[in-house]
Design a protein around this ligand. Structure first.
Ligand code: PLP
Length: 377
C-alpha cells in the first residue's frame, strides 16, 4: 500500500466494541485481570501500555516499515530510553550538528551511565570510520540535522555501523516517514519527536521509536528491552497525547507536500537576497548534501536555516521585524515560526550567531516570502 493510504488507514480500524470510526480515547489507568492476575484483555496498567497508544504504535510501525514501534511521552523520553537500555561501557557516536537536548544529555548524563561518546562530522565517512571502537554499540544520525540541515548518507553510515557490529539510529523528525524511510536505507531504529510534524498542530508532545526488527541480534535494543526500560523509567505516552498524534498522522502526507513546496520557494527567494549570506536547505543545488538528499528523500521538508549577512545584530534585526512569522521554538506546526537558535540554545552553543531557523508553515507562500523580505530590509 502507498504511504498516503497507510497514513489514513494504519491503526484506524473501527472500534470493535462500538463501531466508532474515530478511535476511542481509553483513559483507564487499570484493566481487569483474573483473580490470579491472569491476562484477560492484553492490558494491565497504564504505564506499561494502553489501547490508544497501541493504535499509534501500529500506525507508526507501518508508516516507517518497521516490525514494531514504541511511543513515548516526549522525543527526549524516547531517546533516553534507547541510551538507558545500552549496557555501561558502551560507546555511542553522535553527529556534531544535533538536536540540542541530546548534546546536553551526552555531556551531562551519559558519563554517569558509563557510556562513552564521540562526536563526528557525520558527512565525513572517514572520520566516522576512524571513530569506531570495539565497544561501539550505536551510531546516532540526524538527517536533515538541526539546525544546519546537514545530510548524512544513510546507506553508507548503515554499512559502517553494521561492519562494526553496531546499530544505526536515525532521528527522522525533520523528514518524517513521508519524505524519508531510514529503515529502507539500512537503519535499525527510527526516532521521532512526534511533537513536531507527526502531531503537526503545535499542541501535543510525544516521541516514538520504530524498530526494523522486533528482536535484533543486539538484545539490549530489542522491543522487549526497550519496552521494559520505558515502563520502568516512566516515559510512556498518555492516551490523549497518543490520540492527538494519531489524528495528526492522518493528514501528514498532505501537510508535508505543502511544507516542502513552501520551503523550497522560500529558500530560492532568500538565496537571491544580497542580505542573506547562505540558505541551508537540502533542496537547493548549492547545498553540499543535495545529491544525497535527492537520492534518499522524496522531498526536502519544511525546515530551513538562513545565515544573515552580518552577525548577531543583523539576525536579531530580521527576527524582530517579521509580522506573520512568530518568534518561537519548536517546529512542524501549521503556522510559520522563526527562531534565533544561538539564543535559544544558550551558553556553549555551536550555532552561528547570524543563523535564524525557520519552520515553514502551511500559509500561502507569497505571504511568507513577502514577510521575510520586508523583515530583512
Ligand atoms: C524536538 C526534537 C527532539 C526532542 O523531542 P521532544 O519531543 O521535544 O522531547 C529531538 N530531535 C529533534 C530533531 C527535534 O526537533
Amino acid at each position: 500500500m502507498r504511504i498516503e493510504t497507510l497514513a489514513v488507514h494504519a491503526g484506524a480500524e473501527p472500534d470493535p466494541a462500538t463501531g466508532a470510526v474515530a478511535p476511542p480515547i481509553h483513559l483507564s489507568t487499570t484493566f481487569e485481570h483474573g483473580p490470579a492476575c491472569e491476562d484477560l484483555h492484553g492490558y494491565s496498567y497504564i504505564r506499561e501500555k494502553n489501547p490508544t497508544q497501541s493504535r499509534l504504535e501500529e500506525a507508526m510501525a507501518q508508516l516507517e516499515g518497521g516490525q514494531s514501534a514504541l511511543v513515548f511521552g516526549s522525543g527526549m523520553g524516547a531517546g533516553c530510553t534507547v541510551l538507558q537500555s545500552l549496557p555501561p561501557g558502551s560507546h555511542v557516536i553522535f553527529p556534531n550538528d544535533l538536536y540540542t537536548g541530546f548534546r546536553h544529555l551526552y555531556r551531562e548524563y551519559l558519563p554517569h551511565w558509563g557510556i562513552e561518546t564521540t562526536v563526528v562530522e557525520m558527512e565525513n565517512l572517514d572520520q566516522l570510520k576512524a571513530a569506531i571502537r570495539p565497544n561501539t554499540r550505536l551510531i546516532w544520525a540526524e538527517t536533515p540535522s538541526n539546525p544546519l540541515m546537514k545530510i548524512a548518507d544513510l546507506l553508507a553510515v548503515a554499512d559502517i555501523a553494521h561492519a562494526a557490529g553496531a546499530q544505526l539510529l536515525v532521528d527522522n523528525t525533520f523528514a518524517t516517514p513521508i519524505l524519508q524511510r531510514p529503515l529502507d536505507l539500512g537503519a535499525d531504529i527510527v526516532f521521532h519527536s512526534t511533537t513536531k510534524y507527526c502531531g503537526g498542530h503545535s499542541d501535543v508532545q510525544g516521541g516514538c521509536l520504530i524498530l526494523k526488527q522486533r528482536e535484533p541480534a543486539q538484545k539490549e535494543l530489542s522491543h522487549e528491552h526497550l519496552y521494559r526500560t520505558r515502563t520502568l523509567m516512566g516515559a510512556t505516552a498518555s492516551p490523549f497525547a497518543s490520540w492527538l498524534v494519531l489524528r495528526g498522522l492522518r493528514s501528514l502526507p498532505c501537510r508535508m507536500e505543502r511544507h516542502s513546496s513552501n520551503a523550497a520557494k522560500i529558500a530560492e527567494a532568500l538565496e537571491k537576497s544580497s542580505k542573506i549570506e547562505r540558505v541551508c536547505y537540502p533542496g537547493l543545488s548549492s547545498h553540499p548534501g543535495y545529491e544525497i538528499a535527492r537520492r534518499q528523500m522524496k522531498g526536502f521538508g519544511g525546515m530551513l536555516s538562513v545565515l544573515v549577512r552580518g552577525g548577531y545584530d543583523e539576525a536579531i534585526h530580521m527576527a524582530s521585524r517579521v509580522k506573520l512569522f512568530t518568534n518561537a521554538t519548536s517546529l512542524g506546526g501549521t503556522e510559520s515560526l522563526i527562531e534565533h537558535r544561538a539564543s535559544s540554545e544558550g551558553p556553549g552553543t555551536q550555532v552561528p550567531q547570524n543563523l535564524l531557523r525557520v519552520s515553514v508553515g502551511l500559509e500561502h507562500v507569497d505571504d511568507l516570502i513577502e514577510d521575510l523580505l520586508q523583515a530583512i530590509g
